[in-house]
Structures are given as structure tokens and as C-alpha cells.
Design a protein around this ligand. Structure first.
Ligand SMILES: C[S@@+](CC[C@H](N)C(=O)[O-])C[C@H]1O[C@@H](n2cnc3c(N)ncnc32)[C@H](O)[C@@H]1O
Length: 262
């Protein structure tokens, strides 16, 4: 008999073609697959790999708020383990990127003595890098959850790119609604204009999820950000404002240490 175990896998953003071989194997060999695919077509495809599939989406409606829904998802994963099953939880994208229940389930599973592993997938940010042709290694890339960025007044480096996730739920303070609030985008644009000019061009990005579709790349200025079409799958990309300048003091410091005089 197989021992109970938990595999948390990412299926990528693009349907079917972005599933890694190790993730496919974990899905196919599981006793039960719990899924959060965010799309009925993707869910139907996943079911062709393992018919014993239970979607986690109903947790949102049943729990009524995001935090309670996430707790219910964790408990579903743990319940399967405690029943002696090989549980696979499949999330679209990367299962550890902006997915708190996956990390929490692995932590609790290991604390209870079960084998638990996370297998990475292609995230929305990976798609953004490819579709927008930007290299995080060029001048750096800051990546924040939009509400955290806004509420906690995170500092911005205008020389590095800035990626803001979940701009569609920025105005949803309690995470109890699942719709976007255009007024929240105006507030976000105001904050960004503390660093960037009003005519700075930003991109509201949605990666294609179907092989036949193209990515949605809406280029708008900060002044017109509130007019952009934004939904729960939108990610904001803010390009760097200017190139970083080397610091003569830092160069001198490095040279002092390298010469042994530091
Ligand atoms: C809860 S996070 C899940 C991220 C996912 N785990 C990943 O690896 O990309 C949801 C956020 O991911 C981003 N996202 C999800 N799907 C996307 C898509 N098709 N295109 C662009 N961004 C997307 C959006 O910022 C969205 O609000």
C-alpha cells in the first residue's frame, strides 16, 4: 500500500502545454486531485488526467471570505492525508506564487509527519517576462501584491521594473468581494505618481490561457489607468523610469576590499 503524501503542483498559465512531466506524474498517480484552476475548461482538461478530481472553488462561496476559504482549502488537503490518501493539489500557474493555502498545507502536513512536496509551475510573472520582452536581470524587478504595496506604503525604486499583482481586488479590504473597483485604480495611480510622471506608460497585462488566444497588453498612462479594463486576472507592469547610476563610493568600497585594504 502507498503511504499518504501531499504533492502540490502548478499547471502553468497556458492550458495543457505548460504542465511539467513531474507535475503530470503526480496528478496521474494521486488517489485524489484537489484543484483550483480558475477556469472550467482547464478543470475539464485536468479531469482527463485524473477523473478523481474535486474542485476547491466552492470553498470561496461556502466560506464567504478569502481567509476562511483558504483555511477550508488547507483542511481539505489535510483531510485527504489523514484518510491515508496520496493527495495532489493542482493550482494554475506556480502553486507557491501568491497562493497562501499551498504553503500552509505543506507546513501543516510536514508537522503531522507526512511527506509533502511543492512542484513549481510557470507563473503569470514568467509569462509577463516572455510576452512583454523584459528581463528582470537588466535593472531589477520589484514584485508586490497590490493591496500590500498600497496599504503598507512600500518604497519604490524607479530604476527597477515594478510588478503589481491582484490589482483587480485592490479595493476589496476584507477580501470578501470578488470584483474590481475602478476607484481603487485611481488611488493606486495617485500613489504611483509620487514616483513616476502622470504620462508614464504602464501595462495592464493578462496572459493567454488558451493556445489559440493572444495575451492582452493594454498600454495606458498613469493618468488614464482608471479607464483600463481590469479583472481578477490582470497584473500591472510599470517599466523603470530611468537607468540606475553606479555609485562611485560603492565602486571604491569594492576596490578597497578586493585590494585587501578594506
Ligand atoms: C492568487 S494570484 C495567483 C498567481 C498564480 N499562482 C501564478 O503563479 O501566476 C492571482 C493573480 O495572479 C495574476 N494572474 C493570474 N492569472 C493571470 C493571467 N492570465 N495573466 C496575468 N496575470 C495573471 C493576477 O495578478 C491575479 O490577480
Amino acid at each position: 500500500m502507498q503511504t499518504a503524501s501531499l504533492s502540490i503542483v502548478g499547471t502553468g498559465i497556458g492550458l495543457a502545454g505548460q504542465l511539467t512531466a513531474e507535475a503530470a506524474s503526480a496528478i496521474k498517480s494521486a488517489d485524489i486531485v484537489l484543484s483550483l484552476m480558475g477556469d472550467p475548461i482547464a478543470e475539464a482538461w485536468l479531469r482527463t488526467l485524473n477523473a478523481n478530481l474535486e474542485p476547491l472553488e466552492p470553498c470561496y462561496q461556502q466560506a464567504g471570505s478569502r481567509p476562511r476559504a483558504y483555511e477550508a482549502m488547507v483542511e481539505k488537503m489535510l483531510a485527504g492525508l489523514r484518510a491515508g490518501k496520496r493527495v495532489c493539489a493542482a493550482f494554475y500557474g506556480h502553486p507557491g506564487v501568491f497562493v497562501s493555502p499551498s504553503h500552509e498545507a505543506i507546513r501543516r502536513a510536514r508537522a503531522e509527519g507526512y511527506d509533502a512536496v511543492m512542484l513549481p509551475g510557470i507563473s503569470a510573472e514568467d509569462m509577463l517576462v516572455a510576452d512583454l520582452g523584459v528581463d528582470p536581470g537588466a535593472w531589477g524587478m520589484q514584485s508586490y501584491e497590490a493591496r500590500d504595496f498600497f496599504i503598507s506604503a512600500r518604497p519604490v525604486d524607479p530604476c527597477a521594473a515594478l510588478v503589481l499583482w491582484q490589482i483587480g481586488v485592490l479595493g476589496d479590504g476584507a477580501y470578501t468581494e470578488f470584483t474590481s473597483r475602478p476607484a481603487a485604480l485611481t488611488a493606486l495611480a495617485d500613489v504611483l505618481q509620487e514616483t513616476y510622471p502622470a504620462d508614464h506608460e504602464v501595462i495592464v497585462y493578462v496572459a493567454a490561457t488558451l493556445p489559440t488566444a493572444a495575451p492582452q497588453i493594454q498600454s495606458v498612462t498613469l493618468a488614464t489607468l482608471h479607464q483600463a479594463d481590469v479583472d481578477q486576472t490582470s497584473t500591472l507592469y510599470v517599466p523603470p523610469l530611468r537607468a540606475p547610476l553606479p555609485s562611485p563610493a560603492r565602486i571604491a568600497l569594492l576596490e578597497r576590499h578586493l585590494s585587501g585594504a578594506g
